[in-house]
Design a protein around this ligand. Structure first.
Ligand code: ZN
Length: 156
C-alpha cells in the first residue's frame, strides 16, 4: 500500500546554512515512490509517524547526485539569453522551457563564459529537518496518475 504524505521541511547544507524551507508556507504533499521528492527523503519519510519531527540526512548520491565535470561547458557570451554583465556565481535558466537546466557561471574568459549545468545542489550532502503533518492511503486515481492530489482530489 502506498501513501500520500504531507510534511514540512527545512533543508540545510553541511555548513548548517538554510537552503530552503516550507516554514511559513504550505507543506509539501507527495505520493510515495513516485519520484516527486528526492529518493533519499522518500525512502525515509514513510517510517516517520504523523506529528513527529525528525532529522533526515541524505547523501548527495541519493539527493541531486554527484557533480559531473562534463557538465561544465564553454559558451560564447553572445549566445546566452541574458542581458547585462555576467559574474561568477550568477545563475539563469539555459533556455525558455521550464525543464531547461539552471546553469551557474563558473568562469568568464574574454568572449566566452564557462557554464556549469550541474544542479546547484549536486555533490552536497543534505540535512532535512522534517515534520510529517499528515499521511493517508493513496487513491486509485493518484496511483494511476503517479502523483499526489490536493485537498479535494484536485489534480496537479
Ligand atoms: Zn492527477
Amino acid at each position: 500500500m502506498r501513501h500520500v504524505v504531507t510534511f514540512h521541511y527545512t533543508l540545510r547544507d553541511p555548513q548548517d546554512r538554510v537552503i530552503d524551507t516550507s516554514a511559513g508556507g504550505d507543506p509539501i504533499r507527495y505520493l510515495e515512490g513516485a519520484g516527486q521528492i528526492i529518493d533519499g527523503l522518500d525512502a525515509r519519510l514513510k517510517d516517520v509517524p504523523v506529528g513527529t519531527k525528525t532529522r533526515v540526512l541524505v547523501p548527495a548520491a541519493q539527493a541531486y547526485g554527484e557533480r559531473d565535470p562534463e557538465q561544465i561547458q564553454k559558451v560564447l557570451r553572445v549566445l546566452l539569453p541574458v542581458e547585462g554583465e555576467l559574474k561568477i556565481g550568477d545563475q539563469f535558466q539555459a533556455g525558455e522551457h521550464p525543464s531547461d537546466p539552471v546553469v551557474t557561471v563558473v568562469g568568464v574568459e574574454g568572449e566566452s563564459v564557462l557554464l556549469d549545468a550541474n544542479h546547484p545542489l549536486a555533490g552536497i550532502d543534505l540535512t532535512f529537518d522534517v515534520e510529517v503533518v499528515a499521511s493517508r492511503e493513496a487513491t486509485p486515481e493518484e496511483l494511476n496518475h503517479g502523483h499526489a492530489h490536493g485537498e479535494h482530489g484536485a489534480c496537479g
